[in-house]
Design a protein around this ligand. Structure first.
Ligand SMILES: [Zn+2]
Length: 352
């Protein structure tokens, strides 16, 4: 049923419309026009997310994708070599996530052109997924009737189901000491960097256990060579599949920074923000059972995998809608050698 030539053409057109995060207007307009031509109305919310419903009878499902890409993602010139679609210049390809979008558009066409009976389908295409799921977080989930859904945003073979994804906290911290001239009166200063290094050498960072990771990714200390560094500011994150462990590591960080800082008469301030929450779908959940049977009907092997990252699926789950992130068959997302085979593009569309 999937028209491979038409699908590839849609995909190539989509990747040639620039849509780095925050600049999705043009691609959304293009998709909106396509939907209109197929007789479908759509809505755009304040964030810029697109919503469209294919009405019908039965239990609805939501299919989601994101319209933005990472940089370098402007002026993409795709080529097809031996069945593999890639970028011919110094850019990403944008299969993340336009392979998904092309698949959704192709499937709607097939349903419409052939008058195929289907369940009610809700389409959500988000903006600014890449910089932290920003668009979908602003989506009005009251709009949705679906309790179940999918998104294809995992760089893995078709058949892969991310059934487990972690929660994540972002922590911005600041150790505050006291500045003094480094040559004239160093003993009058309180060295914030000293406290910071002490803590970081004690804290366990990186992979803490199979469920939990922690990282301090940026550090900014002092402001000139000949002053005792008065402040150290850092950005860190903790991710875990277990809320308890997340809480535990967070408390360890805050207690350690506070006590080491106070031991040298420095102080510690921080702010914490939950970026997204975990989800887990076990093998016997309605969603995983439905996906497994769809895959097996297409002769595709199902593979359940945990992920250390998040996707728009996390936000759907937070709002009580069972959504899993699925493998879309692309390779090397966010890189200049990103690619997807025509075969996988078709396979993914068949699953939809
Ligand atoms: Zn993506």
């Amino acid at each position: 049923m999937i028209n491979q030539e038409r699908l590839v053409k849609t995909f190539l057109q989509l990747v040639q419309i620039d849509s780095p995060s925050g600049f999705e207007d043009e691609v959304r307009l293009w998709i909106g026009n396509k939907l209109e031509k197929m007789g479908l109305e759509h809505e755009v919310d304040q964030a810029g997310n697109l919503y469209c419903k294919l009405k019908s009878k039965g239990d609805p499902v939501v299919i989601s994708g994101h319209m933005d890409t990472v940089e370098p993602g402007r002026g993409i010139e795709p080529i097809i070599e031996a069945g593999i679609i890639k970028s011919s210049s110094e850019t990403i390809l944008g299969a993340d996530n336009k392979a998904n979008l092309a698949g959704i558009i192709e499937v709607i066409r097939v349903l419409k052109n052939n008058n195929i009976k289907h369940k009610p389908i809700e389409i959500v295409m988000s903006v600014e997924e890449e910089p932290g799921l920003k668009g979908i977080k602003r989506f009005d989930f009251n709009k949705l009737d679906s309790n179940i859904g999918i998104c294809f945003d995992k760089a893995a073979p078709v058949g892969t189901i991310v059934n487990k994804s972690p929660s994540c906290l972002h922590i911005d911290g600041k150790v505050i000491g006291k500045s003094a001239h480094a040559g004239g009166e160093p003993t009058k200063g309180i060295n914030a960097l000293h406290a910071f290094v002490h803590v970081v050498s004690d804290l366990k960072l990186g992979r803490i256990d199979p469920e939990t990771t922690a990282n301090i990714g940026t550090v900014k200390a002092g402001n000139c060579r000949n002053s005792i560094p008065e402040t150290v500011e850092f950005e860190g994150e903790i991710r875990s599949h277990s809320e308890q462990d997340l809480e535990k590591i967070y408390n360890t960080w805050i207690n350690t920074f506070s006590s080491v800082a106070s031991s040298i008469e420095a102080s510690f301030e921080h702010s914490v923000k939950r970026q997204y929450s975990r989800y887990f779908h076990d093998e016997n959940s309605t969603l995983i059972k439905a996906l497994t049977s769809t895959f097996s009907s297409l002769n595709i092997k199902t593979n359940l995998v945990p992920s250390g990252g998040a996707s728009d699926a996390n936000i759907f789950n937070t709002h009580g809608i069972q959504v899993a992130d699925l493998g879309c068959g692309q390779k090397h997302p966010h890189r200049k050698d990103e690619s997807i085979s025509v075969e996988n593009l078709k396979k993914m569309s068949e699953v939809i």
